[in-house]
Design a protein around this ligand. Structure first.
Ligand code: GUN
Ligand code: ZN
Length: 436
């Protein structure tokens, strides 16, 4: 099924534009906000100018004027687990116990294609309600779970990245294990079916070193070498207990990253979730190979993982994306995720500027996913995925924004206190999508 074509239109509001990386140049020069308008044609941004100019140029088009609302690129959630939608906010466990107690039992339900379809649809609608237009999601070991998510995204016209989560080690429960061969075969079939079909991208997905045998990591490394335009997603150095566990399972590895590196699972297009506790050798290899890190702040506080060092990793020159990591993360909202990232920055001694937070949730993530030529910015020729944000969505936010003396002070209360109530509209390829 394909989505109906969206009619050309003009969308106006306070538009957020990027002129550089706000971690490399002054944030307020890298990111600007000004009243402006977008000409949307065939789902893409065809022009950016003031409203009167575009009205004069194209008097035939409908104008959707969002007034004082902020228009940002659609949020890009660079790491999530859609099958964990039903167990989000599960109490009292740290990573390994949390996986065994809550996550693995729920993921076993996804052998049922109807259940997978039901959760996939609900999940993507939660994202759209929260202004998120793209996600990179783990699925479960079941190919049905991957089909369900890609199909639900196709119906909505969304640009997503997903892959079959591979686990063949007896550290995972019996009903949730594949083999090195079936992981290879099923992932290969899913690549043939979905990769670069419409807006879909496939990510080869070993869950993490503790749930794969070296044979499985080797098979998935070979599959990636055969399909280099795919992405590769996994987890790295999230909790100290996990790192000790990896050491015991892979005694010959130089460090956690080496368990992946040995099998070619590193490099441009590799997405490492969390990456909180890194050795100097790991940082050097991540830099040299152009790998991406994905920061998941609500997850890192919720499961008690630790404090990612954003300032240091950006100074290292790494690509860093931002993500919810639901259901380890405690929210579907990238606004809540930006707020948590700010708080972790504060605990690390670095206050992230609102321009940096918005950049991470959009362009930073799209660069981490190597999709910046398609999504993550408002720029000529890019796909018109947009989020429209009310900067006065609750009385508490409105009274604080009302005291602001510049645009960043007006935006920051929504980043720190906002949620889905702040999302006025979510456009996917220029089509309004926010569920009512
Ligand atoms: N490490 C391996 N699997 C997972 C997962 O599902 N969530 C998180 N947060 N970490 C993981
Ligand atoms: Zn994760």
């Amino acid at each position: 099924m394909s989505t109906p074509a969206q009619k050309d239109c003009i969308i106006a509001g306070q538009i957020l534009l990027f002129h550089g990386d706000p971690f490399l140049i002054t944030p307020t020069e890298a990111v600007t906000v000004s009243p402006s308008a977008l000409l949307i044609s065939n789902g893409r941004i065809a022009d950016i100018a003031n409203l009167e100019t575009l009205r004069t140029k194209r008097p035939d088009l409908t104008v959707i004027d969002h007034g004082d609302a902020l228009i940002t690129p659609g949020f890009v959630d660079a790491h999530a687990h859609y099958p964990q939608t039903g167990i989000i906010a599960s109490w009292g466990k740290r990573l390994i116990d949390w996986l065994n107690t809550y996550t693995f039992p729920e993921e076993q339900r996804f052998h049922d294609a109807a259940y997978a379809r039901e959760i996939a649809a609900m999940y993507l609608d939660f994202l759209l309600a929260n202004g998120t237009t793209s996600v990179t999601s783990f699925c479960t070991i079941h190919p049905e779970s991957v089909e369900a998510l890609f199909e639900a995204a196709e119906v909505r016209g969304m640009c997503i990245v997903a892959g079959k989560t591979c686990m063949d080690r007896d550290t995972a429960p019996e009903g949730l294990r594949d083999t090195a061969q079936t992981a290879y075969d099923q992932s290969k079939a899913l690549i043939a079916r979905w990769h670069q079909k419409g807006r879909a991208t496939y990510a080869i997905t070993p869950r993490f070193a503790p749930t794969s045998t070296p044979e499985q990591l080797e098979a998935l490394g070979a599959l990636w070498a055969e399909n280099p335009s795919c992405l590769m997603q996994t987890h790295l150095s999230e909790q100290t207990d996990e790192i000790a566990w990896v050491k015991s399972l892979y005694p010959e590895a130089r460090d956690y990253l080496d368990t992946y590196e040995k099998f070619g699972l590193i490099g441009k297009g590799a997405l490492f979730g969390h990456a909180i506790y890194l050795e100097p050798r790991e940082i050097a290899r991540l830099q040299e190979t152009g790998s991406s890190l994905i920061h998941c702040p609500t997850s890192n506080t919720f499961i008690g993982s630790g404090l990612f060092d954003m300032a240091a990793r950006k100074a290292d020159g790494l690509r860093v994306g931002l993500a919810t990591d639901t259901g380890g993360g405690s929210s579907f909202s990238m606004l809540r995720t930006m707020a948590a990232s700010y708080e972790i920055g504060q605990l690390r001694g670095a206050a992230l500027h609102p321009a940096q937070l918005l950049w991470l949730a959009t362009r930073g993530s799209s660069e981490a996913l190597h999709l910046e030529h398609q999504i993550g910015s408002i720029a000529m020729g890019l796909e018109a995925d947009l989020t429209v944000i009310d900067l006065t969505s609750t009385p508490a936010i409105a009274q604080r924004a009302g005291r602001s003396t510049d645009i960043w002070e007006a935006i920051f209360p929504t980043i720190m206190m906002g949620d889905d109530r702040a999302i006025v509209e979510t456009y996917v390829m220029g089509r309004p999508m926010r569920p009512t």
